[in-house]
Design a protein around this ligand. Structure first.
Ligand SMILES: *[C@@H]1O[C@H](CO)[C@@H](O)[C@H](O)[C@H]1NC(C)=O
Ligand SMILES: *[C@@H]1O[C@H](CO)[C@@H](O)[C@H](O)[C@H]1NC(C)=O
Length: 126
């Protein structure tokens, strides 16, 4: 009898440690590829994401997703990321994330020249 009680206590403690304290928890999935979820935890972490099926080619479909998450860090700051993920990849944006340096003017000019003067093999001179 004592053994069963001790076992039950261990199970209860293990369960309590795994339990996540939610402030809110919503989600919805539709059969047309649309989905949505949102949760907020007692420790300040939150996340939300929504997505829908998008035609990206003749017979090609992909999920287009937008989301956001944030969490308080040990350094006292709250870090947040918003992102888009679709046929063009995953694109996160956040104040703490590095952004690429501006493209130099000479490179922009070169790219413009290349775009305006495409290579044509038939014009090759021998
Ligand atoms: C908040 O709680 C979740 C679930 O227990 C955990 O995964 C996450 O690391 C916690 N976040 C912080 C900032 O403590
Ligand atoms: C959060 O909500 C979803 C959808 O209603 C549910 O399936 C899931 O079990 C919930 N999670 C918790 C930990 O309550």
């Amino acid at each position: 009898m004592k053994l069963i009680l001790i076992c039950a206590l261990f199970v209860a403690v293990a369960y309590a440690e795994d339990k996540v304290d939610f402030i809110s928890n919503e989600s919805n999935v539709e059969y047309n590829g649309k989905f949505y979820y949102l949760y907020e935890l007692l420790n300040g972490s939150k996340a939300t994401q929504k997505g829908e099926l998008k035609q990206i080619g003749k017979d090609q479909y992909g999920e287009a997703v937008q989301g956001y998450f944030s969490y308080p860090s040990d350094d006292g700051k709250v870090y947040s990321i918003s992102y888009t993920a679709d046929e063009n990849g995953y694109r996160p944006v956040g104040d703490h994330l590095p952004t690429p340096p501006p493209t130099p003017e000479s490179v922009l000019k070169t790219l413009k020249y290349i775009a305006e003067h495409p290579y044509k093999p038939s014009e090759k001179k021998h």
